[in-house]
Design a protein around this ligand. Structure first.
Ligand code: NAD
Length: 351
């Protein structure tokens, strides 16, 4: 059984990936500082995967710690080697992800995302781990209107968050070109991951005030927030609201399994792949779909445009489809239904 290190593995996307990895018979080692997640997610992963109390301990191990701490990372790789179960590959999700916060606190973003990744890559190099799937982002692209972005579209992030992601991609590219490394690297450029695990046990629960549409929508629909503010009604799109490429988090998790299997079975490679559905939906379309499929009512109003937003961002995902032999299976209805199921279930847990 191959051992995979998942950094940020208790976060929104990481926890869903962990479920898929266990279901695919990988042994996983999770690192998370819990700065934006809860240790409860570990219990939910075990519950979904039916890992009872007497499961083999190395199916899933969790280390609380920070990727900014190089010694901590080295120790994890060393421990795995000592136990003769070295880490074969890393899925690297740990990092900070708020576009708005990154504009206010750029140094925090550079230190966590870039320095943290360099620490991880040094630990990998030290312990001869050559496979990495990196969580990159569609925010690295230069905004273009009404055209799908391909992996070769112009790059030009407009936030410090996006710049840190692009910088990490560049570091990985440099590493892949260096003589002594026969690394296998996939940058998965996520578009807009939403939804939740079908069980309702895992979903998106960011600490602090959420910035993304779905977590805000869930708070409005559940009555925690009075109404939804839509940022801008005058964008140059079909209904004046921003258009994004929403992808179900379980489709994204499955893309990671395909990416991992791909690099574990290939020789040295460096590749960027867009992970989206290729299908753009406006904020208004999401709101109307959410209300309809979940039979709920709430108010919304338009407010002025938000700093850092762009009108249109949709993937050309053909390279990912052909490279990974993967295909998104779930539509916007599923994303809305699963997210709402998670919200109802998690709300009843805490009240
Ligand atoms: N959710 C999105 O819309 C989206 C889109 C594109 C890319 N991404 C990237 O995917 C990754 C995961 O995103 P997510 O939505 O699951 O976010 P998340 O915040 O839910 O998960 C990130 C996890 O990393 C942990 N973490 C943060 N800093 C850390 C550190 N220094 N050391 C150890 N752990 C740390 C957090 O506690 C959290 O559990 C991030 O790198 C993000 O930039 C996310």
């Amino acid at each position: 059984m191959k051992k995979i290190l998942v950094t940020g593995g208790l976060g929104f996307i990481g926890s869903h990936i962990c479920v898929s990895l266990i279901e695919q018979n990988y042994s996983i080692c999770i690192i998370d500082s819990l700065i934006n997640s809860e240790e409860d997610n570990l219990l939910s992963i075990k519950k979904i995967c039916n890992l009872s109390n007497n499961f083999p301990k190395d199916r899933i191990t969790f280390f609380k710690g920070d990727i900014k701490d190089k010694r901590f990372l080295m120790n994890i790789f060393e421990k795995a080697v000592d136990e003769q179960k070295p880490i074969e590959a890393v899925i690297h999700l740990a990092g900070l992800k708020s576009v708005n916060e990154s504009i206010e606190e750029p140094l925090t973003y550079w230190e966590t995302n870039v320095v943290g990744t360099i620490n991880l890559l040094e630990a990998m190099q030290n312990y001869n781990c050559k496979n990495i799937v990196f969580s990159s982002s569609a925010t690295i692209y230069k905004p273009i209107l009404n055209e799908l972005v391909t992996e070769n579209s112009d790059l030009g992030p407009i936030s410090p968050y996006g710049t840190t992601k692009l910088t990490i991609e560049k570091i990985l590219e440099d590493l892949s070109k260096s003589q002594q490394n026969d690394l296998k690297i996939i940058n998965l450029r996520y578009f807009n991951p939403v939804g939740a695990h079908f069980s309702g046990l895992l979903g998106e629960n960011p600490k602090g005030r959420p910035n993304n549409l779905f977590p805000i929508l869930l708070k409005v629909a559940s009555g925690e927030y009075e109404k939804l503010s839509i940022f801008g009604a005058d964008w140059p799109t079909r209904d004046g609201t921003c258009i994004r490429d929403y992808i179900h988090v379980m489709d994204l998790a499955e893309a990671h399994i395909s990416a991992l299997n791909f690099i574990l079975n290939s020789s040295s490679i460096f590749i960027n792949l867009n992970i989206g559905t290729g299908n753009g939906k406006s904020v208004l379309e999401v709101v109307e779909t959410f209300k309809k499929v979940n039979k709920c009512q709430f108010e919304y109003s338009y407010v002025s445009r938000r700093n850092g937003d762009i009108p249109y961002l949709v993937a050309d995902n053909r390279l990912a489809l052909s490279t990974l032999h993967w295909r998104p299976q779930r539509n916007l209805n599923d994303m809305c239904i699963d997210a709402w199921r998670w919200k109802i279930r998690s709300k009843s847990k805490f009240t």
